[in-house]
Write a protein that binds this ligand. Structure first.
Ligand code: ZN
Length: 151
């Protein structure tokens, strides 16, 4: 892997990777692509059955947006994307990003790690909420909310 790649090269690389999956006209199969002004909101939108129909990618301005775009394409092209475990899907989408990148740098590594940590934290919170429900703690929480004093 090379260590110095221009933004134009990164942009071209992303366009090349996603091109075969993009719908060219309304009657054809393919993904709708939406370019985002920032990295926030990058994601793949899928139907309930699992088929992706829209991909939201950040405009490529740096190695960070490049890594995030690669990761989102990894949700289309990577392994284990039908897994029921979000952690498996996320990890393998990052794996695909790493395998297909023109280069990989420490900041790209950090964005990947931070993203996987966020997934773990989110999942742990959901799990705690589910455990709370199964312990029938929901009425307590409602009670707590009602006791919040009005300022
Ligand atoms: Zn992801």
């Amino acid at each position: 892997m090379r260590s110095t790649v221009s933004v134009a090269e990164m942009c071209h690389h992303i366009e090349t990777l996603i091109a075969p999956y993009i719908r060219q006209n309304p009657d054809e199969w393919g993904l709708q692509i939406i370019w985002l002004p920032r990295t926030r909101g990058a994601r793949v939108i899928s139907e309930l059955g699992g088929a992706a129909f829209e991909i939201r990618l950040p405009r490529i301005r740096s190695s960070i947006s490049y890594a995030i775009a690669l990761h989102e394409i990894g949700h289309i092209r990577g392994k284990h994307q039908r897994s029921r475990d979000v952690r498996v899907r996320e990890r393998w989408a990052w794996q695909w990003a790493w395998e297909n990148a023109l280069f990989w740098s420490p900041p790209m590594d950090r964005v990947g790690t931070a993203s996987l940590c966020a997934v773990e934290i989110h999942r742990a919170r959901l799990q705690a909420l589910q455990d709370g429900r199964s312990l029938n703690r929901q009425p307590d929480r409602v009670g707590e909310l009602r006791t919040v004093p009005i300022q």
